[in-house]
Design a protein around this ligand. Structure first.
Ligand SMILES: Nc1nc2c(ncn2[C@@H]2O[C@H](COP(=O)(O)OP(=O)(O)OP(=O)(O)O)[C@@H](O)[C@H]2O)c(=O)[nH]1
Length: 394
């Protein structure tokens, strides 16, 4: 009986050991559990997910499909084009004005006889190109005098004379730099003003790109609370270059949004805060009140460094009258002339500077994100005349 008991125990021992031997290798082969779902998503969102993982053969054979984590590309941040040389690159956009200046004026000047009729035609051309009456008279008087003194006139000489007079009318000595650098860790503040549709929001977006291309960090304030789409539009521009936007609800007080934007810019330590404003002109008193308040409230943080007036070049002399209202309300330090690609009246640049006494600092030459160029009188005139290769900057 005792022997039977011993044999039974021995058999039991053998069975237990055999069982363990069978189970352990199976446990060792068990694949690692997949990453929890959220972790996979996060890794994918961050662009960290590697190539799709091959499931172990044992699992494939059982028909269980292991889906590779979805690879979601992070939103691409665009790298804007450098600003140097933009006016030269975009010179063909002035082709409509080139017809008037390059072909028209140079053609008239190279006539065999420069009699009274020809000089009148030259005057008409300049006035049609929106140069303005006073500036036209000055340019024509000086050209008449110089061609008389010069006597012989080659095509190259005439081009040089005309170019010199146009550059001179554009006052090349004016300071056209944008004050965008932070001072003692406080961001520079730029206020963007102008009538509806002049291209304010678009230009704000383009300026942000200009600044980012030049190595600055930017925050955009959507103080055009009159039109909700304007804030969306601004946010889209900002998102493309990875800049932050501060906005309020539709109809919010523009001054408070502008104030919050500058405060946020100070807190986050950006270089420049750009504030887009609304430009309703149907009521001059209302506009004055609103813009005046934006200015006062923003200046609680410190002085505004630059106030840019956005002007649509296609509105010509009428636009100039409207623009004057803004110069009465805020201290405009620079003009951005937009849509020069859509007009033959490139002479408006001369009229704007003379009438407002404010330098044109930037020009818009298209709807593309980098179609905004720093203004340079000599390069601009070269582009207008459109024949020779552009010379060095003034
Ligand atoms: N061709 C051309 N179009 C431009 C230029 N700048 C702006 N635009 C266009 O002008 C239109 C109006 O531009 P917005 O930026 O919305 O004008 P806004 O002044 O902000 O208008 P509101 O928000 O209504 O005050 C848009 O279709 C722009 O693409 C430019 O330099 N050339």
């Amino acid at each position: 009986m005792k022997e039977y008991l011993l044999i039974a125990l021995a058999l039991l021992g053998v069975l237990i050991l055999g069982g363990i031997g069978l189970v352990v290798p199976r446990l060792r082969r068990r694949p690692e559990p997949p990453l929890p779902r959220t972790e996979v998503d996060t890794r994918a969102e961050e662009g960290l997910a590697g190539p799709p993982v091959q499931a172990p053969e044992a699992e494939l054979s059982t028909g269980v499909l292991v889906e590779p984590p979805p690879v979601v590309a992070p939103p691409a941040v665009e790298v804007p084009e450098p600003t140097a040389g933009r006016l030269v690159r975009l010179r063909s956009r002035l082709s409509r004005s080139q017809t008037v200046f390059g072909k028209g004026l140079l053609g008239l000047l190279s006539r065999d006889r420069l009699d009274e009729d020809v000089w009148e035609e030259i005057e008409d051309n300049l006035i049609t190109a929106d140069v303005g009456i006073d500036a036209t008279r000055e340019i024509v008087d000086r050209l008449r005098e110089r061609t008389r003194v010069l006597g012989t006139r080659t095509a190259a000489e005439l081009r040089a004379l005309l170019a010199a007079e146009l550059v001179n009318a554009l006052d090349p000595g004016l300071d056209r730099s944008l004050r965008t650098a932070p001072k003692e860790g406080v961001p520079a503040v730029l206020l963007v003003v102008g009538v509806n549709g002049a291209g304010k929001t678009t230009t704000c977006g383009k300026i942000a790109r200009v600044l980012i291309a030049d190595g600055r960090s930017v925050l955009l304030g959507a103080a055009d609370t009159f039109r909700a789409a304007a804030a969306d539009q601004l946010q889209t521009w900002a998102g493309r270059v990875g800049a932050e936007t501060v906005r309020g609800p539709e109809g919010a007080d523009p001054a408070s949004v502008a104030f919050d934007a500058v405060k946020r810019g100070i807190d986050t330590g950006v270089d420049t805060v750009l504030v887009d404003t609304a430009g309703r002109l149907q009521n001059k008193v209302g506009l004055m009140d609103e813009l005046g308040k934006v200015k006062r409230v923003v200046e609680k943080h410190g002085p505004i460094d630059e106030t840019l007036l956005i002007l649509d070049a296609t509105t010509g002399q009428n636009g100039l009258e409207q623009a004057r209202v803004f110069t009465e309300v805020v201290n405009v330090t620079g003009v951005v002339l937009t849509k020069l690609d859509g007009t033959a009246k490139g002479g408006i640049v001369i009229a704007v500077q003379r009438k407002l006494g404010i330098p044109v600092k930037l020009v818009g030459l298209g709807e593309g994100p980098d179609d905004l160029a720093p203004f340079d009188p000599a390069q601009f005139v070269d582009a207008l005349l459109g024949t020779d290769a552009p010379g060095p900057t003034a």
